[in-house]
Every structure is written in C-alpha cells, then in structure tokens.
Design a protein around this ligand. Structure first.
Ligand SMILES: CC(C)(COP(=O)(O)OP(=O)(O)OC[C@H]1O[C@@H](n2cnc3c(N)ncnc32)[C@H](O)[C@@H]1OP(=O)(O)O)[C@@H](O)C(=O)NCCC(=O)NCCS
Length: 96
C-alpha cells in the first residue's frame, strides 16, 4: 500500500477508444485521477506513459524523468517514459 506522505500516487493505464479520441475524455480521466490523488493527501503523482500518452501528460505539465523499455512476453520492447508532477488540486478538507 502506498503512503501519501512519502510515496507518489501512481496513475496507471488509461485507454480511450480510437473512435472517441480527442474529445476530452483522456483529459477528464486525468483531472479526476489528480483530484483523487490530492484528496488522498499525495504530494506527487507519477505515470509510466506509453508514447501515445506523452502529449496528454505533457499538456498537464508532467515532466519526463526517465525513458526505458518494458520487455513484453512476446520478446518485443515497449518504450515508455516515467513522468512526474505535483497535484494541482488542494486536498479535500476532512469532514467535521
Ligand atoms: C492518450 C489517450 C488516453 C488520450 O485520450 P483522449 O481522450 O484522446 O485525450 P483528450 O481528447 O482528452 O486530449 C487532451 C489533450 O491531450 C493532448 N493530446 C491527446 N492526444 C494527443 C495526440 N495524439 N497528439 C498530440 N496531443 C494529444 C492534447 O493537448 C489534447 O488537447 P486538445 O485536443 O485540446 O489539443 C488516448 O489517445 C489513448 O487511449 N491512447 C492509447 C493508450 C495510451 O497511450 N494511454 C496512456 C498510457 S498510460
């Protein structure tokens, strides 16, 4: 389990059907994910992005900190970028 005090929140594997691309769905998924991370108290967010996702995350001010390949079971290599940012939303105040 990740500790919001020391670990980054991890946003994983977002996919939008090609027929629905560039209609703002990916942006909305990311906004909701960032809000949830901030509400949970995370100070940083990390994504391991496949290359088609990099423009979306860059538009949200994620910065690439590492490029590497993930070895797939079929012998192919999947190039990815580790990207990081701090949440832009304020944590939700605890219920009183
Ligand atoms: C990446 C992905 C989730 C984006 O979803 P989407 O719903 O098409 O994205 P949005 O319409 O919300 O785009 C938001 C912004 O991201 C950027 N963006 C998204 N796709 C882009 C592309 N192909 N080229 C350049 N910029 C892109 C743009 O700034 C865009 O804003 P704009 O349309 O006003 O210019 C989708 O293309 C996808 O499923 N790709 C394959 C899987 C993948 O790579 N997932 C991410 C890996 S973790």
């Amino acid at each position: 389990m990740r500790n919001p005090a020391v670990d980054p929140a991890m946003i994983r594997a977002s996919f939008v059907h090609p027929n629905q691309a560039r209609r703002g769905i990916g942006r909305r998924l990311l906004e909701l994910s960032e809000a949830a991370a901030a509400a949970a108290g995370f100070q940083r967010i990390e994504i391991v992005a496949t290359l088609p996702g990099v423009p979306l995350y860059a538009s949200f001010h994620y910065e690439t900190v590492e490029r590497f390949n993930i070895a797939l079971s079929n012998g192919e290599n999947l190039p990815v970028e580790r990207m990081r940012k701090r949440p832009t939303h304020s944590p939700t105040a605890p219920a009183s």
